[in-house]
Design a protein around this ligand. Structure first.
Ligand code: ADP
Ligand code: MG
Length: 344
């Protein structure tokens, strides 16, 4: 019902813009979408913006249907209910599973898509939050092991008592797919926001960089700063995005540490990853959040291709050297620029 309503109101806003040449009518098209359990916005500038945005919307719903953990027609449902047998899945599902498998290895297991039963025990999947007992978590964790997921040709399988979810990676992959659609429609300027995952194509229509806000994890209605980007994904995982406060007064959030099945609390309250590939940045943002400050910095030093904005639980801002010049502070807070060859 909610979905249908939002699809109907989805921002049909086509506005002619004057171009330098005058005779070409450029258009901006923007659409609001509710999918993958979050609010999304897609905005494109160009002669074919309307078709590009319509195709992007359709693609979002198609991918939502494939990746949903609760829709019985989804690939993920088929894998989770495949009783240990390989099931045929789409190329998209194969690709997202491969990204997750690579990141599982690169993060020494911090990204673990087979934690789904543990997430359910905490109520993060339904909103019926509770703190599970240590015993309950220990039993469920025994079945969480991404190395037992196999992806081969067009099939995927996981062991009978395992369940997976793509919450940590699906939106990033979706962003990449939308960028491809935009390019196919010769759009040179687009920005999308998939529930906090921002992805940009080119710069603004005037050629300047896009400005993307970085949420203050300690006051999520405000920003700690902004970052200027072109052709980049800016993807954040934070402890403020989905959480509840237990009867013990403790805050419990939705990113779990596979080491103990509890909310990951390794020194970070927010991790923003900036890079070219949405799927990779999304997988990384969750993995680095779990890894914690020191391991995240080591991970960045040994890999190339992305930059990070970290906020530590004691209120320090860490910027990696490749993004520092593009960051504008909106709030005063202690900060440090991390160099690649600085081992401190
Ligand atoms: P968000 O979806 O809020 O933008 P993330 O990309 O970090 O943030 O994904 C968080 C989601 O990933 C959780 O809601 C859950 O579905 C799943 N998840 C939680 N912990 C892990 C983990 N350690 N590895 C993989 N997926 C996880
Ligand atoms: Mg993520």
């Amino acid at each position: 019902m909610k979905n249908t309503y939002i699809k109907i109101i989805s921002g049909i806003c086509v506005m002619p813009l004057l171009t330098a040449c005058g005779d070409h009518a450029e258009t901006v098209k923007s659409a609001d979408v509710f999918a993958m359990d979050t609010y999304m916005n897609i905005k494109a500038y160009g002669r074919d913006a309307e078709a590009a945005v319509a195709e992007s919307e359709a693609r979002i719903y198609e991918l939502e249907q494939m990746f949903s953990v609760t829709n019985e027609a989804s690939d993920i449902w088929s894998i989770n209910h495949g009783e240990g047998q390989p099931v045929t899945v789409s190329e998209d599902t194969v690709s997202v599973l491969q990204t997750a498998q690579t990141m599982h290895k690169e993060s020494s297991g911090a990204l673990c898509i087979s934690l789904y039963p543990v997430l359910c025990a905490w109520g993060f999947t339904t909103g019926e939050y509770r703190v599970p007992t240590d015993n309950e978590i220990a039993k469920l964790l025994k079945n969480a092991d991404d190395t037992l997921i196999s992806v081969k040709d067009q099939t995927a399988r996981c062991p009978e008592n395992m369940q997976i979810d793509l919450g940590a990676v699906a939106k990033g992959y979706t962003g990449d797919e939308i960028m491809e659609i935009m390019q196919a429609h010769h759009i040179n300027s687009a920005i999308i926001n998939l529930g906090g995952n921002v992805q940009t194509l080119g710069g603004k229509p005037d050629g300047s960089a896009w400005t993307v806000g970085i949420t203050d994890p300690f006051a999520p209605d405000s920003l700690i700063g902004t970052v200027s980007v072109t052709d980049k994904a800016v993807i954040t995982s934070g402890n403020y995005e989905r959480y509840f406060t237990g009867e013990d007064g403790v805050r419990y959030w939705h990113i779990l540490d596979p080491a103990d099945g509890c909310p990951a609390d390794n020194g970070l309250v927010s991790v923003t990853v900036i890079g070219a590939c949405g799927a990779e940045c999304d997988a990384l943002s969750t993995a680095l959040f779990v890894e914690g400050t020191e391991q995240a910095l080591q991970h960045w030093r040994k890999s190339g291709g992305f930059e990070m904005i970290l906020v530590t639980s004691d209120g320090e801002l860490l910027l990696t050297e490749g993004i520092a010049a593009d960051y504008t502070a909106k709030k005063e807070m202690p900060y440090r620029v991390v160099q690649r060859d600085d081992e401190s």
